[in-house]
Write a protein that binds this ligand. Structure first.
Ligand SMILES: [Zn+2]
Length: 219
């Protein structure tokens, strides 16, 4: 583990907003809690976003296989009684952990939450095409549940309250309300991009390099 004492004390618990001041030419250091770290298995497969606390545990357990990117967080440890020196650790934006990762499929299906759904549809109502804030959006079942439609990514779209109530218990055809886009299940990588609003440049570059070509997020 790298312990760069020159950077000790740069991050404190003050109230200024991230990123905090840093000594040039050090990389930008963020305030713990403002960013999440991208965890990979030892083969480089993307697992999930983790908090700095989880990342610090990996470092402390010496479970980090390798990292990518310049350190983005510095975490203070305790002060050594004999030397008076304060321990600390640098955390990297992308962290591959050794050992066995959680068993999970290579491209697991992201949980279907409203937050993830609205992010997939860019907060647009897929009937009227207008953009809305989260509280004004609803989850519409293209084929209504009452008609045998399922609550799965491929059968749900973001819809504003107005369009949802107008469509009511009908299919788009029956309601003469054509969909503006075909609903799809995001890949795990797409989900990672859609589920974090504060992705660091190194993390985004890593994720985008793994997007399928057809992805709308590739641009
Ligand atoms: Zn609408």
């Amino acid at each position: 583990m790298e312990t760069d004492t020159t950077r000790l004390g740069l991050i404190d618990t003050g109230a200024s907003s991230a990123p905090v001041a840093e000594a040039s030419p050090s990389p930008t250091l963020y305030r713990p809690g403002t960013v999440r770290l991208l965890s990979l298995d030892a083969h480089g497969r993307v697992l999930d976003w983790i908090t700095w606390q989880d990342a610090a545990c990996l470092y402390a357990r010496e479970a980090v296989a390798w990292t990518l990117g310049d350190p983005c967080l510095h975490i203070h440890g305790g002060t050594c009684r004999t030397t008076g020196l304060r321990s600390g650790m640098d955390l990297h934006p992308i962290i591959a952990a050794r050992g066995h990762a959680r068993s999970r499929a290579l491209d697991p299906t992201p949980n279907l939450t409203n937050q993830a759904l609205f992010a997939r549809d860019a907060h647009l109502c897929l009937y009227c095409g207008q953009q809305f804030n989260r509280p004004q959006l609803t989850r519409d079942h293209v084929m209504p549940i009452s008609k045998g439609g399922r609550d799965v990514w491929e059968n749900v779209v973001s819809a504003c309250f107005h369009c949802n109530s107008r469509k009511s218990d009908r299919t788009p055809q029956q309601a003469s309300m054509p969909l503006l886009a075909v609903p799809y299940r995001p890949s795990w990588i797409e989900h990672m991009i859609l589920s974090n609003r504060n992705i660091l440049a190194d993390q985004m570059a890593f994720l985008k390099a793994q997007l399928p070509k057809r992805s709308k997020l590739s641009a």
